[in-house]
Design a protein. Structure first.
Length: 164
């Protein structure tokens, strides 16, 4: 599977049995096909906003954020984890949202999870949601197939048959 590279070995001189043409026919540098594709880079760890940090302004990343402090502004991320001591005042948009602390504002996420220590004051727009016993929530819950897109239509709700 692995082979030793000849790039760092000193060039050998032809011996009496080798002809000078045979010694020079070997390529001095490896071919392009000799290089294997590099393994994919490891996913970077989440950015952590510590408990003593107060941020005023919007944040946007394609990575993960863990908030332990206070944010006054909107947050957009891939995975957003709100710590128990954290407070967010603004809109939250993420593929995955895990809420352990307090949010005052709208939450949009493909997967939204309110743990038992969560405190949410605002609307939640989701594709899937989980609310643990003990979570505090004031607002409306709305399911959408694409909650990350503000113009998306809500999922159709089946109506009871009036003929019964």
């Amino acid at each position: 599977m692995f082979s030793k590279s000849k790039m760092n070995e000193p060039a050998s001189k032809p011996t009496a049995t080798e002809t000078p043409a045979a010694a020079t026919s070997a390529p001095a540098t490896p071919k392009q096909s000799d290089f294997k594709a590099a393994a994919p880079k490891a996913k970077p760890p989440a950015s952590v906003l510590s408990a003593d940090l107060h941020v005023t302004g919007n944040m946007k990343t394609t990575g993960d954020i863990q908030v332990e402090g206070t944010v006054e502004g909107d947050i957009r991320a891939h995975l957003l984890t709100i710590g128990e001591s954290a407070t967010i005042k603004g809109e939250v948009v993420a593929d995955d949202v895990v809420i352990n602390g307090r949010i005052v504002g709208r939450v949009r996420g493909l997967k939204v999870r309110l743990t038992s220590t969560a405190r949410v004051e605002g609307d939640i727009i989701h594709k899937t949601i989980a609310i643990e016993s003990g979570a505090h929530f004031e607002g409306s819950v709305q399911r959408q197939d694409d909650p990350l897109n503000p113009g998306a239509k809500t999922a159709p709700v089946s109506k009871p048959n009036p003929a019964s």
